[in-house]
Design a protein around this ligand. Sequence first.
Ligand code: ADA
Length: 596
Amino acid sequence: MRTEISLDGIWQVWIDRANEYPSMIGPEFEAQLPDFLTRVEWQKCSVPSVWNVAEKSLMRFFGSAFYRTTFTCPAHAENSTIQLYFGGVNYQCVAWVNGHFVGEHQSGYTSFTLDVSHAVYSDLENYNELVVYANNAWEHEDRLPWVHTVDWFNYGGIHRSVTLVIVPPARIANFTLQDTVDFGGKDGEVPNSIQLQAAVELGNNSLADFSGSLTIEVWDWSRKIRIASAEDQVSMGSMQSASVALVVDMGDNVQLWGPDRPTLYWLVFRLWGPDDQLCDEREWKWGFKTLEIRGPQFYLNNRPFILKGTNRHEDHPSFGLALPPSLHLFDLQKMKDANINCFRGAHHANDEAVLDLCDELGLFFVEEVPAYNLIPADLRNPVILETAQRMFAEMHERDKNHACIFAWSLANEIHSEAPEGRQFLESCFAFARNLDPHRFLIYVSNKHLTDICYDLTDFLCVNIYDGWYSNRMEDFVHVIQTLREIMLDEDRPFGSEKPIILSEFGAEGLAGYRSWDGAKWSEDYQAELLHFYIQKCKELGFIAGTWTWLFIDFRVDLPQRPDGRPRSYNNKGILNEFRLPKLAYDAVKKLYSEWT
Ligand code: ADA
């Protein structure tokens, strides 16, 4: 049977302070490994963690580190595939098990799996030694977003969980879920029918042929009852795979998922062998819903829906990027308390725990590829395009079955007013649409009236900082109204009428700085600006939602802009970095509670 064993805990680490191993090292390093392991002086560290918060000298260390731990395989792992699953390493990762190279991966925020079957000890009771190399250097042209300065911190290390996975020979390799909630074109909140489709990929990693069956059960865990099921026969040759499409008619005893009532159903997939022995089992929590765009509005489960949102970076002074699940829960609960129903993970794939919590709490999540602030030279670079597409594919593969996903965002503030931006986005949209024909695809723009790509996106996401970096806060209204007029008047340059949301707007509010005259940098000014923007959007009547920038203050690394980022922090959070509320938190909470 499938087994997952967490390897999180206290590991050993050696920081390459002298930059002896500055870049990609691969299989050839194997020969040096035994000497290396005895030569260097190891320290204790936690995994997950980032080295930057461990000590002052490492805060701005951008380079390499080696991690080391040991693990045992359970006895029943014979004939199984043995994998190591990494939740996230920033940025480049190379791994060895018992001195044997087992693989490498490059991407700061997406998860990956390495097959280590060939390297673990055969008796499976011995201690196995795992060595991991991580490098977050800046100088590589193909490392998104680190191709140039970005407005968040380049933390380094194994910043998410590591798990040992024992996969049985006959396995449920993958599944992709889709539901059909049919209201029959009528108003009302009760659908005529609900159907679940599951495209399941199976594998037979043994020398014998496989014949058996695949079942799916849908459980209402609150009532402890099974409410639907389906099954199909399966046969696979030795070392072959198979695809099975299961369709489950759910009848009418299903509650739909949404922020007000995030009802999840427990799906249990089982693969049975010829004499009904259980070979493999996978479980998932699924929320049934229907999301539509009708002209300038979103519809959730057949009712108009307004995105009352924010943005969030994964950051904390004590944890850096490696936030524990309890802190994710704290943040997301404070969002719910502020009547927030959606947020964008700025500007990259988040920890899986975040999406699980969004499913459970009823928060829509927008997940983004870190194609950030790319300039025309970047956008012409085929290596960067390939990296962005690979990152989308990895993000989508991991998170495609979450009820909370509202949209996939393919870029943020790239030069989408330039032909190179158009070319880049056309390629990214085509690539993403091919992998995901159903969910909303967007990019986030700050090019306002000069943007030439709005016809590509399912809805407009506009970043505006009038009243902070330039102009007066009132000036944003003209931009939004003009966008709307262009959309309606000039033979649909956007392709069609579509929702417009304000995806970023805000002001720096230094926590604790109060001002009788509402001076900039004060909490008072920040609250006033957010209040003005949200209130105006409500009055305009055609804005489909707002995502304030942003939820928490976060660490940045812009030494060339010390005046622009006091404390080396971006202070536009409505909470400070220790999650204490500013005046703006209460302002947003009140405005969102009144926006119906
Ligand atoms: C941009 C960018 C954000 C942040 C913000 C700001 O819109 O998308 O990452 O840098 O500006 O605070 O200026």
